[in-house]
Ligand binder design. Sequence first.
Ligand code: TPP
Ligand code: MG
Length: 401
Amino acid sequence: MSDEEVARSAAPTATGGSPARGLHEPPERDMTDGGPDMVQFLAADGTRVPLTDVNSPYAAYLDELDEEAMRGMLRDLILVRRVDSEGFALQRQGELGLWPSLLGQEAAQVGPGRAMRPQDYAFPGYREHGVAWCKGVPPENLLGMFRGVNHGGWDSNENNFHLYTIVIGNQMLHAVGYAMGVQRDGDVATGDPERDTAVMAFTGDGGTSQGDYNEALVFAAVANAPVVFYVQNNHWAISEPNDRQFRVPPYRRADGFGFPGVRVDGNDVLASYAVSRAALERARGGEGPTLIEAFTYRMGAHTTSDDPTKYRISAEVDIWKKKDPIDRMRTYLLAEGIVDQAWLDGVEAEADELARRIRQACQTMPNPPHEEMFEHVYADAHPLVAREAAEFAAYQAGFED
Ligand SMILES: Cc1ncc(C[n+]2csc(CCOP(=O)(O)OP(=O)(O)O)c2C)c(N)n1
Ligand SMILES: [Mg+2]
C-alpha cells in the first residue's frame, strides 16, 4: 500500500469516536487552483506572470519596488520561517505549551505586513507571526503566551499590532470598532500620508463562518470604515476543509456586504503586497473597506497539538509543496540577478543568529509572580477580581515556604 492508502485505511480507528469520518476526500474540482480571478505576479516556478486584466490594476505598486525592497521581502520570508521553525522546536522540547505554525503562509503575511504604514493598525488571530515581524514586534515576545508566562507579551500600541486573539473571528469586531474610532478622530482622507490611517483585520477561512466576522463586515460596510479584511484561506480550519466552510469563496461574499472583494495568490509575496497596498490606500483615502482573500495553504499541523494525517491526504500537501512561497521568490530574484548565493548565505547566517536569540530568550523568561494573573483583567479595579486575588493570596500564604 502507498503511504496515502495506509493513512486512509488507518483513519477510521485513528480518529476514534463514532461515526468515524476518515480522511477528507477532496472534491472533484481542483481546490489547489485559485481560478481565473486570482491576482498573481509570480508563478509557482518563479517566473513573472504577464500582465492581464486581473493583475494589471495592481502592477504600479510593484514598479515602485526597488531591488533593495525586493531583497527585503525575501529576507523577511526566510527569517519569518526560521522564527516559526524555532517556535515549533521549542514546543517539541517542552519549552512552549503550544505553537501555531505559519509554515506555507509566509508570503500571505509578509505582503500585507510590508504594505502597511507604521500608523496602520493590525488585528491578528494567533498565527500572524509574519505580520508581527513586519510591524516590528520582537519575535521572542510572541513566545510568552505560548509558554504560559503572560497573556500577551507586547504593548499593542507600541507597534500598532494588537495582541493575538484566540477566539475565532472576534478580532474582526475589534478592528472595525478601532477603524470607526479612526474615522471619528478624522484620520481618514486628509491627504496627509503620515496621518491617514487604515486598519487591517486578519482571520482564516474558518473565521468567515463566525457570527463576529459577518457582523463586523456589515458594520464596516455601513460605516464605510477604513478597514481591510484579510482572510488567509489556508484551506483548513483545524480538520474542517473549505467545502465544509462555504459554497461561495470568501472574496466573492464581499459583494453581498457591499464592498470590493479580491482573491490574491497568498503564496506570491509580490501579489499579496500589491493587492494589500491598493486596499490600504482605498481605506486611508476614505473609500471604505475591502475584503482580500489570500489563497494559500497550511503546510503543517493546525498547532503542535494536532495531527493532520488523521484527516487530510498527503497528496494534497505534496501539490502545495510545489507552490512554496519562498522557493518562488528566491528563484525569481536569483534569475534577475537581484540576489546571489553569497547574499543568501548571509541571510541564512542571520537566521541562525535569530534562532539562537529566540531560544535563549525563551529559556530565560522569568516565571511571573502568581498575583500577576489578576492584573489587566479589567481596565479599572473590579471587586470580584480583587476578592479572588485576596483569596488566592491567603491560600498561598498557607504554605510553609
Ligand atoms: C469561537 C471559537 N470557536 C472555536 C475555537 C476553536 N478553534 C481554534 S482554531 C479553529 C479553526 C480556525 O480556522 P481558521 O479560521 O481557518 O484559521 P487557521 O487556524 O486555519 O489559521 C477553531 C475552530 C475557537 N478558538 N474560538
Ligand atoms: Mg484556515
